[in-house]
Design a protein around this ligand. Structure first.
Ligand SMILES: Cc1ncc(COP(=O)(O)O)c(C=O)c1O
Ligand SMILES: [Zn+2]
Length: 423
């Protein structure tokens, strides 16, 4: 398979485990040790990127094209132009939790298909097109399927996305509507992922880019843009603390990598005591958090349960690297049960006007726990990542909220319902 173009600052793929290097092709595992591959950059090329260049760029992730492996040529992008989503000041939530150092919600539900996955898919499919693939695919817990199907529709390319059969209707419908093939697999996400790993090796799928399998190294880099954006939106300042939801753990490691790069190439200074990374999982699927809590060198795979289906990856590919980021920065991981997740959704909605999907409920619930346990320092600036949209998982709160009053259309009825004072 062909190698990516020369305008990319990416230099090669490198094994995260043993450091072996490979060309920039559609390969995701190391031939030497089976470790995951990651994009490595020409650091001098990255250092040529300036704040001014970025600020003059488009109002989406491509303003950071100089720091990404693909997408330097606008005409060659496969994209819905996601990114530059709101960074919302969360003063009411901060007051409720006693956070005095400043609290922000990075609201990535504002992306075109309403999750952060548009970032990773835009980068993965732009690389996939350059590498010659003519069909787009993924193994998904829901949001990735939405995004791949929509990107393929915009590009006029065939897609085939694979999901567990028991996803929320809001994830199935918002994928199926784009018209590609949607395969509901009778199994868990981990079963779906294994099936895709087998399909990708067949002749029939030789033309197919699975964004999170054979082009995974490029896909993963898209998450860096969340870190760049938060820093830019804070006035080129890296926040002292970040709270990030985890499924595979990839997003967390890439936000951390983005902050490291910003410091290394001179676009930002590190906060005086460095930044601290916190991870959030659900109690129904907490293999990464449990490994950290148990000080284990390995992650024990789980069979996920619970309402946070988008985070239900029982065998997380980047789990150990997420633990490494959290340990290195002095952070911690928490997990929240279904009731706490529902409370988290409502707390974020009630205090910020941002209605998150279950993943955002997980993150908000874990923020609360981290503050209560004293692991998160309330005097340091904190950013919480809302990665998905509440409208896609309405059933999570459908039975808990509704009209507070029901009245006939008359003043008398309004008074009787307590909406007007007594005369
Ligand atoms: C809404 C949402 N947030 C967070 C994640 C976690 O991403 P990662 O697998 O990179 O840890 C996912 C993954 O599917 C997701 O759908
Ligand atoms: Zn290796």
């Amino acid at each position: 398979m062909t190698v990516l173009g020369t305008s990319s600052p990416a230099r090669n793929l490198a094994c995260r485990a043993c450091g072996a290097t490979y060309p920039l092709a559609a390969q995701h595992a190391c031939f030497e040790c089976f470790g995951p591959l990651e994009v490595a950059y020409d650091i001098d090329a990255l250092k040529r990127v300036t704040r001014e260049q970025i600020e003059a760029g488009p109002k989406n992730i491509w303003r950071y094209a100089g720091l990404l492996p693909a997408g330097q040529d606008e005409a060659a992008r496969v994209t819905l132009n996601p990114g530059l989503t709101p960074l919302v000041r969360a003063d009411n939530l901060a007051a409720e939790l006693g956070i005095t150092g400043g609290l922000w919600v990075k609201d990535d539900s504002a992306n075109p298909t309403h999750s952060f996955k548009d970032r990773v898919v835009s980068v993965a499919l732009t690389a996939a097109k350059a590498l010659g693939f003519t069909r787009y695919a993924c193994a998904s817990t829901g949001n990735l399927a939405n995004s791949v199907a929509a990107h393929a529709a915009r590009a006029g390319v065939r897609s085939v996305v694979f999901v567990p059969y028991d996803l929320e209707p809001g994830k199935i419908i918002t994928t199926a509507v784009y018209g590609g093939d949607l395969v509901a697999v009778e199994g868990s996400y981990d079963d779906v992922n294994r099936l895709c790993s087998e399909l990708v090796e067949t002749d029939e799928f030789e033309d197919t880019a699975f964004v999170n399998v054979n082009v995974r190294p490029f896909y993963a880099e898209g998450s860096k843009t969340l870190g760049y954006e938060v820093a830019e939106q804070l006035g080129w300042r890296i926040p002292a603390q970040v709270v990030i939801p985890m499924a595979s753990g990839e997003l967390l490691t890439k936000i951390d990598k983005a902050f490291e790069e910003l410091v290394e190439i001179g676009l930002c200074e590190a906060p005086s005591e460095g930044w601290t990374v916190f991870g959030a999982q659900s109690a129904g699927c907490n293999p990464i958090a449990l490994a950290l809590h148990g000080d284990s060198k390995e992650i024990t795979p789980q069979k996920p349960t619970g309402i946070a289906k988008s985070l239900n990856i029982g065998d997380p590919a980047a789990g150990l690297y997420a633990i490494e980021s959290v340990r290195r920065t002095g952070g911690w991981m928490e997990y929240a049960d279904d009731d706490e997740i529902r409370d988290g959704i409502r707390l974020l909605a009630r205090t910020t006007g941002v209605f998150p999907e279950t993943a955002g409920g997980v993150t908000t619930a874990c923020l609360v726990k981290l503050v209560k346990s004293g692991r998160l320092d309330p005097t340091r600036e904190t950013v919480v990542f809302n990665t998905g949209e509440g409208l896609k998982t309405l059933e999570a709160v459908a039975e808990l909220v509704g009209p507070t009053h029901r009245v006939k259309p008359s003043l008398r009825a309004a008074r009787e319902a307590g909406l007007l004072g007594p005369r």
